[in-house]
Design a protein around this ligand. Structure first.
Ligand SMILES: NC(=O)c1ccc[n+]([C@@H]2O[C@H](COP(=O)([O-])OP(=O)(O)OC[C@H]3O[C@@H](n4cnc5c(N)ncnc54)[C@H](O)[C@@H]3O)[C@@H](O)[C@H]2O)c1
Ligand SMILES: [Zn+2]
Ligand SMILES: [Zn+2]
Length: 393
């Protein structure tokens, strides 16, 4: 089959690789019809590159049609339409039963000291072949795939794999309540969707910051109060001004470790390209080379006693945090990979023709899988108005 494979920093290609096959009785094989490119995929061709291996199949936002089921699969059959969550979770262990699917005890990577395995995501998370491919082997066929109806275009459902539950969790962890205020940093797919969900759940004021004109325009068109931080760098002053000098109740960081505006760390991240991988793995895990500009903005901007919710991914182990400031401001901080299945029952009823979250028109680019290399570049460089790119095998 054809698949998007990792070849190095800024280097993904479409290669022919062996077709996946049923290995365990509860496996299913899904023929992929749409597969998103995520901001997290960009980390793999940048700062997380030391944890990748040439030939790894990328992608963790797939959906498609079941083509084959193992002998132990009772809940699905060939022809069913499914979305595949990015967490590989068993659905039956203690953690899964707590709604903490990203910490699944069946797929946890104990040797590496990391949580549940993820599709298409580094050896820290199991090095499992991903879903930017024609076919995907999906384990836990009775509990992991999300069955969706035939009919509407893939765009209606594909974001159940990652964007929707991640943004939903970001808003829940931010403790957004009807009438409350929230500032969203970053208007990539995750931040954009978080602004929509916060509004849908009744926040009375939703503010957002980015630097990319098309991303700001998209949010503005949805009634979000946006700031272009290239025009006005002082995000904190801007948002305090709008919130009686206090700051918003919550801040969602939808940027992560590759934030603009942290020149020192940017240099360190670039250096990762020049140091041997084995050494760099240690540096990443023991020291950390994150660019913390967005997180620092969040800490300053949030009101006293408010909440910060991180959905942006951070990678280093000992990044300095302004703990005195955080303690004094009595900040609550919540974070983590999204627990996809935990939020599916809340989100599914919103994926209707009325389309309250605007999923049908959320993608800016639909691209044949064969053109994935160029599509990654377009998304990475934020060219051509790219916000969300769906690959179609
Ligand atoms: N927690 C999870 O389960 C989960 C799931 C998916 C994605 N993520 C993470 O969420 C983050 C966002 O993902 P995405 O797909 O939206 O990616 P993206 O790269 O498209 O979006 C990031 C946005 O942040 C903006 N930005 C950069 N620096 C900024 C700053 N200092 N202030 C304000 N905005 C800034 C960029 O211009 C960009 O628009 C990534 O770190 C990704 O890894 C986490
Ligand atoms: Zn993702
Ligand atoms: Zn589990």
């Amino acid at each position: 089959m054809r698949a998007v494979t990792w070849h190095g920093r800024d280097d993904v290609r479409v290669d022919t690789v062996p077709d996946p096959a049923i290995q365990d009785p509860t496996d299913v094989i899904v023929e992929i019809t749409s597969s998103g490119i995520c901001g997290s995929d960009l980390h793999l061709i940048e700062v997380m590159a030391p944890f990748m291996t040439v030939g790894d199949v990328m992608g963790h936002e797939p959906m498609g049609v079941v083509r084959e089921v193992g002998p132990g699969v009772t809940e699905l059959q060939a022809g069913d339409r499914v979305v595949v969550p990015f967490n590989i979770s068993c659905g039956t262990c203690w953690m899964c039963n707590q709604g903490l699917q990203s910490q699944c005890e069946t797929t946890q990577n104990r040797e590496q000291g990391f949580g549940a395995s993820l599709f298409g995501y580094t050896k820290l998370y199991g090095q499992v072949p991903g879903g930017q491919a024609q076919y995907l082997r999906v384990p836990f066929g009775n509990t992991l795939p999300i069955k969706v109806p035939h009919g509407p275009a893939d765009d209606r459902f594909v974001y159940l794999s990652d964007v929707l539950p991640t943004a939903w969790q970001a808003v829940q962890y931010a403790g957004v309540v009807p009438g409350g205020s929230v500032l969203v940093l970053g208007l990539g797919p995750i931040g954009d969707m978080a602004t929509r969900i916060a509004k849908h759940l009744g926040a009375s004021a939703v503010y957002a910051v980015d630097t990319v004109p098309e991303r700001l325009a998209r949010a503005r068109a949805n009634g979000i109060d946006v700031l272009d931080s290239t025009a006005q760098a002082d995000v904190v002053a801007w948002v305090r001004d709008k919130t009686d000098g206090r700051g918003p109740d919550a801040v969602i960081d939808a940027v992560g470790m590759e934030a603009h505006g942290s020149p020192g760390a940017k240099l360190a991240q670039k250096a990762t390209a020049l140091v041997p991988d084995a050494l760099m793995e240690k540096v990443m895990q023991v020291v950390g080379v994150d660019r913390m500009a967005a997180l620092n903005t969040a800490i300053e901007a949030v009101r006293r006693g408010g909440t910060i919710s991180l959905s942006g991914v951070y990678g280093g182990a000992t990044d300095p945090m302004p703990l005195m400031r955080m303690f004094d401001k009595q900040i609550e901080l919540r974070m983590g990979q999204a627990n996809v299945w935990r939020w599916v029952p809340d989100i599914l009823p919103l994926l209707t023709d009325a389309d309250p979250l605007g999923v049908d028109t959320f993608a800016t680019h639909h691209v044949p899988l064969e053109q994935a290399s160029q599509a990654y570049e377009t998304f990475r460089q934020k060219q051509d108005g790219a916000v969300k790119v769906l690959l179609q095998p």
